[in-house]
Design a protein around this ligand. Structure first.
Ligand code: GLY
Length: 759
């Protein structure tokens, strides 16, 4: 759009965020010689005239005195007061309709009558004067569904009631009739949007479609306000198969054409509030101005000179082809005073970021500069606007500005645009959950489990819960169930990164079997849990197959499990596994026994490697070493040593338990020997562990060589080669050792006095 032949003196009437947005756009125009805002606010550029928007005579006199060329009227109150008419009489160009045409906003019954005459789709409606209370009640009684009760005249945004039920509706009608004419409407449901056009009396062009958030509370709850935030454009329009041009043709053009024959026609902004019902878009209301906060998000999207555009409307020469908009989105978040919209306490000091975060704008509403500080006057104070190539980016920018300037007490909605975000998720897969891949995982698991369900399993994988027939427990004198839940820690991440998840199932099952074994119990059944940011069926199948094989090897039934896909909870590429085991033990064989005494010996059994503990440390320790490296004394790649599965001690210890001489078993997990020995020792007893009394496996020799941890911390972090300890009386040592079909190590003894000493 070309610039104007003459540079203009421009007055903007109003004091809100909309007027700040208008002033900011006009101030940028090379055609603006002088900019005045009446009364303006602490943020508006240009001069300020301290004149209220309804002081028609004062505005008119000053415009005449100071040679104002163009007046842009923001609020409806100035239109209703006849400001346009007065200025037109003086030959001033005005962007804003006459009071007569502004009746589209100032009289809701008039607007409905015009819309009905023009065939513009809307709800069923009727209007009633205060003398028609009886017919109004009859209309209500005859109307089956929910209604909207509107004061026909201007009510400062407080004239619309959505009553719950007929009694509330009757009372709302009585209240509204006490004020003046009322309009009763069928209540429509659907998302709402704002279609705003600029008009020159005959021609009009719509801005991108915007959506505002009128309610105070998040999730569109609580009382109505002037608007707590807005965004544009609204992608939902296209998703519903609607075209902005069609909406313009349906809701704006008929009105502009109809009014073209009345004097200068409709000049200014015409705002159609629409509701997108399942039956199609319907008119909720007309406003005769730009919306607030819609203007704050729409005007930054304009890719044309704002002053030239508004002037062309005011003088009847709008060229729609010259009105272009930038691609991208704008999102505006309103900061209102505490207590808004009811009380709206004034006096809140506002510290604005300087410079502003990138891609943000701040528009002032009720602010003043007092003693060099910006102070909120009680209502809406600021709109933080973010711009971006996506709505998400625009929103993020807006909230960055909000976070930099919102006082804690301010009323701020954190959810602006939430419905658009919700609609952007077109499928569960788009939310990051791939049901098809989940189903593939389940079928792969089913294949692996087909032959491995275990004896006594009545309901297994796929049922709502596992069911196991435990009639055999009748053979026990006094069965005790022992249960444990555990995971494999960050070893799983190492395994996933190496693409070697097949050993993780054994890690998990063996860890859990050892935990119940430490209480003398044999495993009965097992349930697993695998969670990931994204389900990869082959990964799940690898883990679950490992679990199934490990369970089967120890006669433990795998009766159920859960696979959870949780993008956003787990970081990309991360997964975790856990399992729950239930075992059984004869009560008389429950470990640890109470007769542990000083002098009992600690008989250590070798670990395979680090088992499932200390991996967060090990990963840091070897951070710079490629996992394929084979540093001496390892005889193969480091990753092989790190991924050796957790040992299962059940087969090797079963004969030892049958001797009846084992007083306790200590599964050396997180906390190592110093952390786990005390778990079985009676109060007042401790242990001495003789370091060097067992051979260090190569991995731990390497660790020992490079670690900076002191011995106590090292043995607390890693098992250091001992994965299970049996506590036995010294006299029983030969019998127990003989029952263990592998080397075992006398690694220390139980001592008087609490604590574990590494000697
Ligand atoms: N944002 C709604 C309005 O300006 O009326």
């Amino acid at each position: 759009m070309s610039t104007l032949a003459k540079r203009l003196t421009v007055l903007i009437v109003g004091a809100g965020g909309r007027e700040h947005a208008l002033a900011a756009g006009i101030a940028d125009s090379p055609s603006c010689a002088r900019l005045i805002v009446a009364p303006g606010n602490a943020g508006t550029p240009g001069e300020r005239w301290p004149i209220a928007v309804t002081e028609v005579a004062a505005v008119r006199a000053r415009c005449r005195a100071e040679g104002v060329d163009l007046v842009v009227i923001g609020p409806e109150a100035a239109l209703a007061a006849g400001l346009t008419d007065a200025l037109l009489a003086d030959g001033v160009a005005v962007f804003g309709p006459t009071a007569q045409l502004a009746r589209l906003e100032t009289s809701k019954s008039h607007a409905r009558a015009v819309a009905a005459e023009l065939g513009i789709p809307g709800p069923r409606w009727a209007s009633f004067t205060p003398a028609q209370a009886g017919p109004a009640r009859e209309w209500l009684m005859a109307h089956a569904g929910p209604v909207v009760v509107k004061q026909s005249g201007l009510a400062g945004g407080k004239g619309v009631v959505l009553p719950d039920g007929q009694a509330a509706a009757l009372s709302a009608v009585t209240d509204a009739l006490a004020v003046g004419e009322v309009v009763l409407e069928e209540r429509l449901t659907g998302p709402e949007c704002s279609l705003i056009a600029v008009c020159d009396g005959r021609t009009s062009v719509s801005l991108p479609i915007a959506a505002d958030h009128k309610r105070l509370g998040e999730g569109d709850s609580g009382p109505n306000t002037g608007g707590m935030g807005a965004y544009a454009p609204v992608d939902l329009i296209a998703e519903l198969g609607l075209q902005p041009a069609d909406l313009h043709a349906q809701f704006i053009e008929p009105v502009v054409t109809h009014l073209a024959h009345s004097g200068r026609g409709y000049v200014g902004a015409l705002y159609a509030g629409l509701i997108l019902t399942p039956e199609g878009p319907r008119l909720l209301e007309f406003n005769c101005r730009l919306g607030d906060p819609e203007a704050q998000v729409l005007l930054p999207l304009l890719d044309a000179d704002l002053l030239t555009l508004l002037h062309s409307c005011a003088v009847g020469r709008l060229n729609p082809a010259s009105v272009r908009f930038r691609p991208g989105y704008a999102c505006g978040v309103v900061l209102a005073a505490p207590g808004y919209p009811t009380a709206g306490h004034p006096g809140l000091r506002l510290a604005l970021p300087d410079p502003l975060p990138t891609a943000t704008l701040i528009r002032h509403s009720g602010t003043e500069c007092i003693d060099g500080e910006i102070v909120g006057l009680g209502g809406r104070m600021l709109t933080c606007v973010g711009l971006g190539s996506t709505l998400a980016a625009a929103r993020a920018a807006a909230y960055e500005a909000v976070d930099r300037c919102a006082p804690p007490a301010a009323e701020v909605r954190r959810d602006i645009g939430w419905r658009a975000a919700a609609r952007a998720v077109r499928s569960y897969a788009a939310a990051g959950v791939d049901i098809a891949e989940g189903d593939r995982a389940v079928s792969l698991i089913a294949e692996h489990l087909a032959q491995r369900s275990g004896t006594g399993v009545l309901r297994g994988i796929g049922a709502f819960g596992g069911a196991v027939d435990v009639a055999f427990l009748q053979r026990f004198d006094h069965p005790v169930l022992v249960a444990s839940t555990d995971g494999v820690g960050s070893k799983v991440e190492l395994a996933a990164a190496a693409g070697r998840l097949d050993g993780i199932g054994a890690d998990l099952v063996h860890h859990c079997v050892n935990d119940v074994l430490a209480q003398g119990a044999r495993p009965l059944f097992f349930l697993d849990y695998l969670a990931a940011d994204r389900i990869v069926a082959d990964q799940v199948a690898a883990v679950v197959a490992g679990i199934a094989v490990a369970c089967a090897a120890v006669g433990c039934a795998l009766i159920g499990g859960e696979t959870a896909e949780m993008p956003g909870v787990y970081a990309p590429g991360r997964l975790d596994v856990a399992g729950t085991i239930v075992g059984v033990v004869e009560r008389s064989a429950l470990l640890p026994r109470a007769d542990i005494a000083a002098g009992d010996v600690l008989l250590g059994l070798a670990a395979n490697g680090a088992h499932t503990n200390g991996y967060t440390y090990l990963r840091r320790l070897f951070d710079w070493l490629p996992l394929t490296a084979a540093p001496p004394p390892l005889d193969g790649p480091l990753i092989d040593a790190l991924l050796l599965p957790h040992r299962c001690y059940l087969p090797v210890l079963e004969p030892a338990l049958q001797t009846g001489c084992v007083k306790a078993l200590v599964h050396v997990t997180g906390g190592g020997l110093p952390g786990n020995l005390p778990r079985v020792l009676p109060p007042g007893l401790g242990a001495r562990v003789d370091l060097g009394s067992w051979p260090l496996p190569p991995l731990f020799t390497l660790v020992h060589e490079v670690t900076a941890l002191d011995p106590v911390e090292l043995h607390r972090t890693l098992n250091m080669g001992i994965g299970m300890v049996a506590i036995v009386g010294p006299d029983d040592l030969p019998a127990v050792t003989a029952a263990i079909d592998e080397p075992s190590y006398l690694i220390g003894e139980v001592t008087a006095g609490a604590g574990v000493v590494l000697a």
